[in-house]
Write a protein that binds this ligand. Structure first.
Ligand code: ADP
Ligand code: MG
Length: 387
């Protein structure tokens, strides 16, 4: 994944950088409820300023679908953005003369019907705002939109600081990793992560399958899964993935023991038992204690870990056990410098936070869709355009 950086754009004295950012922040009562995404913008704005330039920011906000929706105006974000950046922020609509201010924030790109169509004419208008283009929105890079893709072909382009850090972490995890590489893929369904599994069996040494999707694999191997979440129609697909793994030298790890309950709720009476001893009416809600020990040993013998999807129904205690224990094992190895750990996915990030280890992982991606497409081995158009 070759891409240019801000430093490759040279001296920006007197120049304007059009910077695509992700400031699609949650709002509550007209105020920014969580400014994590605003903070992620600061390194790039600072780097542009240090190179002598001025940043004009492009961003989307909500899903206005190509029309002006007043409640989705980015104007509401200006005060919080100015506070986080420590700079004055002017606001403009496309077609306005650029206002004064250290930084300018442009109105919601998705008010323009051409944005999601990757319209070259709109990209031309965006490009006319400056002299160079910087994309700092990895979370939007899986979409070819006018402000993420077409514009990159019109100006000298580079990845912003936050995007570059993310791309580097991903490259170290799957692109060019230190071996052995272990992958944890969990979550509810095989069907939503089929392409991820198919890509990973070709790339990793250990494929750890957990969560609801492990049930489909156990079922495919002839085990009874009782009343568990299970996609029985994907039996053939699961077996094909196992067969492919055998040819690529990837070891697939399924739970050898599981935690079962008869009710899908927190603190339901539960039992830890062998994976081949599940009775009718029982639901597998987590991996078992022996499995956790086996998997911790796999992580210990690995140099790189990439993780998407929880090992069990972690939102309900005690079915968070395997997810928490494995996350803590990975965090400990990472802290000791023995493991490079990269994780992503909405529920995965929540699970790592629940386990108290979010800050110990080498990199935690908050880019849902873009992270999954990267795990699927897809080329992200917003990244490819920076090459
Ligand atoms: P992510 O958002 O990180 O990509 P997913 O959305 O694929 O993860 O999966 C998370 C969901 O999977 C969680 O809601 C969790 O409760 C559910 N899950 C995990 N294991 C099981 C299981 N054994 N039975 C039912 N649901 C499960
Ligand atoms: Mg999810």
């Amino acid at each position: 994944m070759a891409f240019k950086r801000i430093s490759d754009l040279g001296d920006l004295t007197g120049k304007t950088a059009v910077v695509r950012v992700d400031i699609n922040v949650p709002m509550a009562g007209g105020e920014v409820a969580d400014d994590t995404r605003l903070q992620a913008v600061k390194p790039t704005v600072d780097a542009v300023a240090a190179a002598g330039g001025r940043a004009v920011l492009l961003a989307h906000f909500g899903r206005p679908k190509g029309q002006m929706v007043p409640e989705m105006s980015l104007k509401a974000v200006v005060p919080a953005l100015a506070r986080v950046l420590g700079r004055s922020v002017g606001f403009a609509e496309l077609g306005d003369a650029l206002p004064t201010g250290d930084v300018v924030l442009m109105e919601n790109t998705r008010f323009q019907p051409g944005e999601e169509k990757n319209d070259p004419a709109l990209a031309q208008q965006f490009a006319a705002l400056g002299d160079v283009y910087i994309n700092d929105a990895f979370s939007c890079a899986h979409r070819a939109h006018a402000s993420t893709e077409a514009i990159a072909h019109l100006l000298p382009s580079a990845a912003g600081e936050t995007m570059a850090a993310e791309l580097e972490a991903l490259e170290q995890a799957l692109g060019n990793p230190q071996k052995p590489v272990a992958a944890v893929v969990g979550g509810a369904k095989v069907s939503s992560k089929l392409t991820v599994l198919e890509n990973l069996v070709e790339k990793v040494d250990h494929l750890i399958i957990g969560g609801g999707m492990a049930n489909t694999f156990l079922y495919a191997q002839g085990h009874s899964v009782g009343a568990s979440l299970c996609e029985k129609d994907l039996k053939g697909t699961a077996l094909a993935i196992m067969d492919k793994a055998a040819t690529t030298g990837c070891t697939v790890h399924l739970p050898s023991d599981v935690v079962v309950a008869r009710e899908f709720k927190a603190h339901a009476p539960s039992e830890n038992k062998a994976a081949d001893a599940v009775l009718g009416g029982e639901m597998i809600l987590d991996a078992g204690i022996d499995t956790v020990a086996e998997l911790a040993a796999v992580l210990k013998a690995s140099k790189t870990l990439v993780w998407n999807g929880p090992m069990g129904a972690f939102e309900m205690e005690p079915f968070d056990m395997a997810t928490v224990a494995l996350a803590q094992a990975a965090a400990k190895l990472t802290d000791a410098g023995a493991l490079l750990s990269v994780a992503g996915g909405g529920d995965t990030v929540a699970a790592l936070a629940h386990a108290g280890v979010k800050d110990s992982f080498t990199h935690v991606s908050t880019a849902g869709g873009a992270f999954l497409e990267w795990m699927e081995g897809k080329t992200l158009p917003g990244v490819a355009a920076l090459g």
